[in-house]
Each structure stands twice: as C-alpha cells, then as structure tokens.
Design a protein around this ligand. Structure first.
Ligand code: AHM
Ligand code: MG
Length: 335
C-alpha cells in the first residue's frame, strides 16, 4: 500500500512493535486522542454556526477568560481518556490540579500520564483562525497501581514518550511523534478518517520566517531586540518575512513546513514569557527535535529544564536549527 493511503489507525498498528514498550497501551492512548480530536474538530468547525463562541463566564487557573470551546475540548479529551481507562493521570491547562484516574482500583495497571492543552490559541476561534490541541505523554515514575503524584507530571521533557498536536485549520491534521520522527495525518471529514499525508516531517535547517509578537518589542530582552533587527536587515537572504498567527500550533506547523523560528521571549511584563513548559513548550520541543529542529529558552534546551510547577511558564525559541542557534547567539552576546 502506498504510504499516502495509509490511515492513522493502520499506522498506529504497524508501528506498535517498533516502540520499545510494546504493551499496546500507548497505541490505545494515541487512538483515544484521535477520537477526541475528531469530536472536538466537529465542534470547532461549527463555531461560527451555533451559539457556542464567547466567554463561558469562567476564568482558568492563569486568570484568563475561558472560551466555551476551551471548556468543551477540555471535557472531551478528559472524558475520552478517562472512560477508556488507559491513563493513570491527566494534567490540563484548564484544570488547577492534576486529575488522578481510578486511584481506588487496584487493577489499574496504567503506566501513562497525559498533559494537555485542549484548545490552544482559543482567542482565535471567534475570528475563524486556526487553533490547536497540544499533548504530551510520559510513563509515570511512581509505582503502577498507586495514585499518581505531582512527581509523575514534573518530568523533564526529555522523558516524553510521545507528543503531538491537532491543528484545526483549513484542514484538520494530527501530527505526532513517539521518538521516531514526526508524521502528519490529515482528516478526511467526509468519512472521519485521518490519512498519512505528511510522512517524516522535517524542519528545513534554515528558514526565512520569524514569528513573534512584535507588539511587545520594547519589553523584550536586548538579545531578542538585536535578533529581530538582524532578521529585518537587508543582507544576503534577509530581510526575513514576519508571520505571527498568535496560535502556537499554527505558527509552529507553518514554520516546520516552510522553515522559520517561533519566539515567545520573556519581557519586562512577563518574567518567564507566557507559554507553559509542560503542555505547550515541551511537546513542541520534542516534535521540533524529532523533525531536525531545535527548541530552547534562549540559553538552555527546553527539554532539559527541570519543571517545578504544573503550570510553569518558560521563554520559548523554537524552529529551524540554524535560526534558533542564531537567536541564541544574540541572547548570549547581548549587552
Ligand atoms: P493560550 O494558551 O491562552 O491560548 O495562549 C497561548 C497562545 C499561543 O498559542 C500563542 O502563540 C500565544 O498565546 C499568543 O500570545 P500573544 O497574544 O501574547 O502574542
Ligand atoms: Mg495554551
């Protein structure tokens, strides 16, 4: 069968044996994410049609207005993962604390915890711009059969066993890695099936796109200001193009295909930037590295950062290897 006719379901089964822990549990987990993604996709696509957009009147743990679809996506992913009894814990951007699953059941032999941003970039929903779901999967570090603890979630990104995102864009795609490259699957909405459309995705080593919220320019560290000026300078293949959707998944996805760098630096307003280490930066960093790209906080590899809090924020520089390295050089040399 040609690679391109392969469905995600077939791909998961075929690749199960190449995964080092082959109990099938991880495959079932990815299958559940696939299912929840389809359910959320259906709802996101209806956003302009039904009275579902707008604030739910609640705020999430970061004190931001929560959109109705954030709540919906959060519920769907949690329900799907919980009902199938394949994880022992879930942490979500929309939940203050992590969720323990089946801690009372001694037969719960589940090994995996999932960290998820159910609907990232959700302020874009009201204006019909792409949003995404981001997920990160670890093996628990505490004994199987006991309730999960915070320790199971505060693992370095380098311990991830799988990570990915769903992009609800002009078409809906599920892109993920289990540490053996990155593969992208496009949903055929007519029959509700994801097909392998982007096998073995790679960031071009160099790129010409920089993605950053330049409205924050005056608040950025000197190294970032210097790098932005470098991107804008008339020299060689520069000036680069500026593209910023304000939806991490979408900016990352475009940059992976075309070559580019995404930056959310710290600023004088946000000492650690805005993005969350555990369910935004680490999964994207894992995908980036698996696709020959790079991710750091400007100095340290993202996946080497030891997390200390569930909702921790970190500065984030991610994308084509040479571009991230250039930005890091400006950070190191900044006066
Ligand atoms: P969210 O988790 O509240 O949706 O915020 C994360 C999003 C990213 O997707 C995006 O890149 C960034 O916030 C945009 O932030 P800003 O509007 O400050 O540029
Ligand atoms: Mg988010």
């Amino acid at each position: 069968m040609s690679q391109k006719n392969k469905t995600l379901g077939e791909f998961i089964i075929e690749n199960q044996t190449s995964f080092k822990y082959t109990s099938g549990e991880l495959s079932r987990l990815i299958n559940s994410i696939r299912l929840a993604a389809k359910v959320v996709n259906h709802e996101v696509n209806k956003a302009g049609l039904v009275d579902i957009i707008g604030a739910a009147g609640d705020t999430n743990v970061q004190g931001e207005d929560q959109q109705k679809l954030d709540v919906y996506a959060n519920e769907k992913f949690i329900q799907t993962l919980t009902n199938r009894n394949i994880v022992c814990g879930i942490a979500s951007e929309e939940e203050d604390d992590f969720i323990t699953i089946n801690s009372q059941d001694e037969n719960n032999q589940n090994k995996y915890v999932v960290l998820i941003d159910p609907l990232d970039g959700s302020s874009n929903i009201d204006v019909n711009v792409s949003v995404g779901t981001i997920f990160s999967i670890y093996r628990r570090v505490t004994p199987v059969g006991t309730p999960v603890t915070l320790e199971d979630f505060l693992q370095r990104g380098s311990e991830q066993v799988a990570a990915g995102y769903v992009i609800y864009g002009t078409s809906t795609m599920l892109v993920y890695t289990t540490g053996d490259g990155v593969n992208g699957f496009t949903l055929n909405p007519a029959i509700g099936t994801f097909y392998l459309s982007h096998p073995n995705m790679k960031f071009p080593e160099d790129g010409k796109i920089y993605s950053v919220n330049e409205g924050n320019y005056i608040h950025f560290p000197q190294g970032v200001k210097d790098y932005i000026k470098y991107c804008q300078m008339e020299e060689g293949d520069r000036p680069y193009t500026s593209r910023y959707i304000g939806s991490l998944v979408s900016d990352f996805h475009r940059n992976m295909i075309k070559g580019g760098i995404y930056m959310y630096p710290k600023s004088s307003k946000n000492s650690n930037g805005k993005l969350r280490l555990l369910y935004e930066c680490n999964p994207m960093a894992f995908l980036a590295e698996q696709a020959n790209g790079k991710a750091s906080d400007g100095f340290t590899r993202t996946m080497d950062v030891q997390p200390t809090e569930l909702h921790q924020r970190v500065p984030f520089f991610c994308g084509s290897k040479n571009m991230v390295e250039k930005a890091e050089e400006f950070m190191r040399n900044a006066k």
